[in-house]
Design a protein around this ligand. Structure first.
Ligand SMILES: N[C@@H](Cc1ccc(O)cc1)C(=O)O
Length: 321
């Protein structure tokens, strides 16, 4: 099975700008694609993990990943899909968080010559000149369209500042910059990024007369429609000091029966045939499926030994109860 069909079969694709083109390019391993990560905390979380796994899947199919750290966009903060106002981060926090992200990412993605590359948009965004940028790019962003963008919907009721309104311009500029400097012709991201990504493809089309593509991945929601990867205590982090391997294991081990197969399909690297066979499972077998999910993910994020240990501790705990 080719990579595009695999992504479809895993339920990972939400929206695409041009399905046939994207399919052709990623199936032939000719894409240089990027995903951006804003340094909003000192650890990655489950949403980032999904994006990194997508990178890995595409890299395994021969495509070239560009990981973009938002050391520049972090100064603004993406309002996409959010109702709350983000607090401004200090330059020190931004740099610290970028360093934490970098360290964690290196565990998942192979960087180096002919492998993935990592860039930081602080390198080009922080030196932009305001008047120059407005004259160069301003005309490519029709405000009437921007105001209709899905990502601002909730914000238009509650208030959207000019600072945040500019976020889309920055992300679009990134894509334009990576297109020109790295031959990057595809951008991926969470589904809430769709409008920001279209801003970029449109900018490339208007400024350079070239086609560039965008594809979003499905947000991970449970059967009740709530975003997954959160507990009462907050996000499920990848940093073992913030969410221990056991807590991480436990989170997945306790998810709803209705969600377990979907998660195995979207988050693990188990072969699809094996997952399809599990589709018929019911009753106590679903418990086994949860075990598979929790084990596989803990192994990917931490390591096999920690996964085994978490599994044992969990079993001992449930016998005692
Ligand atoms: N806006 C993205 C991060 C991002 C930053 C810069 C980009 O060029 C692309 C993506 C997010 O909040 O998840």
């Amino acid at each position: 099975m080719k990579i595009y069909d695999e992504l479809v079969a895993r339920g990972l694709i939400a929206q695409v700008t041009d399905e046939e083109k994207i399919k052709d390019i990623i199936n032939s391993g000719n894409a240089t694609f990027y995903i951006g990560f804003d340094p909003t905390a000192d650890s990655l979380h489950v949403g980032h993990f999904m994006a990194l796994c997508l990178m890995k899947r595409l890299q395994m199919a021969g495509n070239k990943p560009v990981v973009l750290l938002g050391g520049g966009t972090g100064y603004i903060g993406d309002p996409s899909g959010r109702t709350d106002l983000r607090s401004m981060m200090s330059p020190e926090t931004i740099q610290h968080n970028c360093a934490c992200f970098k360290k964690q990412m290196e565990k998942f993605i192979e960087f180096g010559e002919n492998k993935a590359i990592m860039v930081n948009n602080a390198d080009w965004l922080l030196e932009l000149n305001y008047i120059e940028l407005l004259r160069d790019m301003g005309a490519c962003f029709p405000v009437n369209n921007m105001l209709r963008a899905e990502c601002y919907k909730q914000r238009l009721e509650k208030g959207l500042s000019f600072l945040e309104f500019n976020y889309m311009v920055m992300q679009s500029y990134d894509y334009y910059y990576l297109y020109q400097n790295y031959g990057c012709n595809m951008q991926f991201g969470g589904d809430d990024q769709w409008s920001n990504m279209l801003g970029g493809t449109e900018l490339i089309r208007r400024k350079l007369g070239k086609d560039a593509y965008a594809m979003t991945i499905t947000l991970l929601k449970n059967s009740e429609g709530n975003k997954m990867g959160k507990t009462a205590k907050g996000a499920v982090w990848l940093d073992p000091n913030k969410t221990t391997p056991f807590e991480f294991y436990q989170y997945w081990r306790n998810i709803g029966e209705a969600d377990v197969l979907k998660c195995i399909r979207m988050l693990t690297f188990l072969p699809l045939e094996q997952i399809d066979a599990m589709d018929q499972w019911e009753g106590s077998q679903l418990n086994e499926a949860k075990e598979v999910l929790a084990y596989e993910l803990t192994k990917l994020v931490h390591d096999e030994e920690k996964a085994q240990k978490a599994k044992t501790v969990y079993e001992v705990g449930s016998v005692r109860e």
